[in-house]
Design a protein. Structure first.
Length: 369
């Protein structure tokens, strides 16, 4: 009988997207085949404590984590695994074959936990340090897209200290770039947390303050009028492929956190009704963007398409997209012929492929002289 793979599914985290992570983890855990996988659940609290034990996810969802055990992931490659803390002693809980971070936003999707996995020399699902950090920072990401001749919406990046020092000066600067509306958003967050549509000066001031509460870097983005919101899922390592595109039909002014996860009233059109040439260009841009930041495993790439002209703007790339069963990333792959459970299996395979590729890298230089 083939040995089961031991997975560590990690969720929660120190992020405004903590609750979304729990929803995604619930879906992932529900499709892991017990005949193929042994699973250890690890939850990260809002304050950054790592915990494991029985029914970790259920206890996180109900805020009853008192009897869970503190754990650490060893960064020492010779001692790789998960350890529980018993008094002042560390006891190895398990050897892990693949780490599956179902974490969104800060400290989970931005390259930080990926750096820990790299130090520990373990296999993990998703992008590496560079792909994660560039994909996470919307300001840096847009600069990379511009360098690769991929069209993006006009945006300016401002610092929280600049907002606190003279917010009116920033508003005046933004008004020279474009007329209203604008969108303000934290540079390093997702799930529409902290995003505000601004139709006036007062809106823009409030939006900047809201976004700055979540990040030290804030985007002021030109609002493109009369657009369709199109999303594409990408899967793979060195040879990524794109799914069919889908269209978001938001029930509110824009695709907000509430319409994504709370009232569930937004609709979808999958596949998106677009001309064939527009679909192929969107998929081409998605794969090019994925490769440009050295992404791996998965990403959802979001676009705006002008209704009258079909002009395309790449908005952002999410390296750990929402993974609930109603989230666009798995829905788009299902529409492309890859069901949710097989998608999860494939991501685990890609994690092991990426680790095998990293193992070919030499970290020792020996002079030939």
């Amino acid at each position: 009988m083939e040995k089961k793979l031991h997975l560590a599914v990690i969720f929660g985290g120190r992020s405004g997207e903590h609750e979304v992570s729990l929803m995604s983890a619930r879906s992932v855990l529900s499709v892991l085949d017990p005949a193929k996988y042994e699973v250890t659940q690890v939850g990260i609290t809002h304050d950054g404590t790592w915990l494991t034990g029985k029914d970790v996810l259920g206890k996180f969802e109900n805020n009853k984590t008192e009897d869970l055990l503190p754990v650490i992931v060893s960064p020492d490659p010779s001692e790789k695994g998960i350890y529980i803390l018993e008094g002042e002693m560390l006891k190895k809980l398990a050897d892990i074959d693949v780490y599956f971070p179902v974490l969104h936003g800060t400290f989970g999707e931005d390259g930080t936990i990926q750096g820990l996995f790299e130090l520990a020399d373990v296999a993990y699902v998703g992008a590496g340090v560079a792909g994660s950090s560039v994909g996470m920072d919307k300001g840096v990401f847009k600069d990379v897209m511009i360098a690769n001749n991929i069209p993006v919406v006009d945006t300016m990046v401002v610092l929280r200290t600049e907002i606190e020092k003279d917010v009116l000066a920033l508003i005046e600067q933004a008004e020279k770039i474009s007329e209203y509306p604008f969108f303000t958003k934290p540079a390093n967050l997702g799930s529409s947390v902290g995003v505000t549509k601004c139709n006036s000066r007062s809106d823009l001031q409030e939006g900047l303050m809201e976004a700055a509460s979540f990040d030290r870097r804030v985007l002021i983005q030109k609002g493109v009028k009369n657009v369709r919101e199109i999303e594409v899922s990408v899967l793979g390592n060195d040879e990524p492929v794109a799914s069919v595109p889908g269209e978001v039909l938001p029930s509110r002014e824009f695709y907000s956190y509430e319409s994504k996860y709370i009232d569930g009233t937004s609709g979808y059109a999958i596949p998106a009704p677009l001309p064939d040439e527009t679909i192929e260009l969107i998929r081409n841009y998605a794969v090019r963007a994925y490769k440009a930041i050295d992404c791996a495993g998965m990403a959802r790439v979001d676009f705006f398409v002008e209704k009258e002209t079909n002009r395309i703007y790449l908005n952002e790339l999410n390296t750990i997209p929402g993974f609930t069963k109603i989230s666009m990333y798995p829905k788009l792959w299902e529409a492309s012929g890859l069901p949710y459970s097989k998608l999860v299996d494939r991501l685990i395979e890609l994690a092991m492929e990426r680790k095998a590729d990293r193992d070919h890298t030499s970290h020792v230089y020996r002079s030939q002289s």
